[in-house]
Design a binder for this molecule. Sequence first.
Ligand SMILES: [Zn+2]
Length: 291
Amino acid sequence: MLAMQTTLNKAIIFEGIGVHSGLSVRVVLKPATANFGIVFINPKFPGESFKIGSVIPEVAMQATVLKQKSWILSTVEHLLAAISSVGLDNVLIEIDGFEVPILDGSALPFVQGFLAAGLKVLQAPRKYITPKQDLRFEDAKTGRYIEIKPAKQSAVGVFVYELEIDYIADFNHNLIGNSNFKCTLTPDVFANDISPARTFGFLEQLPQVRKHGLAKGTSLGNTVVLSNEGFLNELRFEDECVRHKVLDLIGDLALVGLPLIGQVKACKTGHNFNREVVVHYIFNPDQWLII
Ligand SMILES: [Zn+2]
């Protein structure tokens, strides 16, 4: 089925603190025209926008970080996961700081904002992206990998416009250990089964993370905290942590700039590893098909 591009019906504002900086920030998402794409701007740095699909994220452990000459933008992954999963193709995102607000640590408030504003259908067909051949990124030392298989095609060559995700986690923790989450991504699956899953962290690692100037805004209101004895907050899903890893993966894959279709299998990956997919696309666009 051929889908049309969308934008927002009206502007939406999200306000809150950044989980790493602890500083207040305001994000305004504005409707945009067909083929505009997803663009972040900071009014303090005119001419230094980020257009998603043409920017490689930085090497960073705790968040997905974009860097321009004069400014950086951190923790874009939950917002991008929500944008790509609800099917929002064109939006101008104006931010007055350096980090997307963490809100409740999940992507649910973003999804709720998009549903409340509504999406407007534009008179241009949506474009999708898929690799031409199987791709595999792997780190033999740690066992991390991502495999991406091209979108399936019918006997007459019609593409199946779906993204299947299979994520395998190994948290190396006595309480959560290994877990696996599989889905065919649709706006409903994302809204109900993935977007509510919150950021999580290990209590014992917090002092170390804060030493690096990160997690200054972390609280039980925006992070699921796990100690050696158990969770400090009530969970939204029994397997909330692996679902959040899937949320992060969707947000990181959204950095290719168009909705990805095909089958993704990922094992133990985080932001630093997920970025390999974007690096591959930006340096080898001829190995990807835009449909
Ligand atoms: Zn996350």
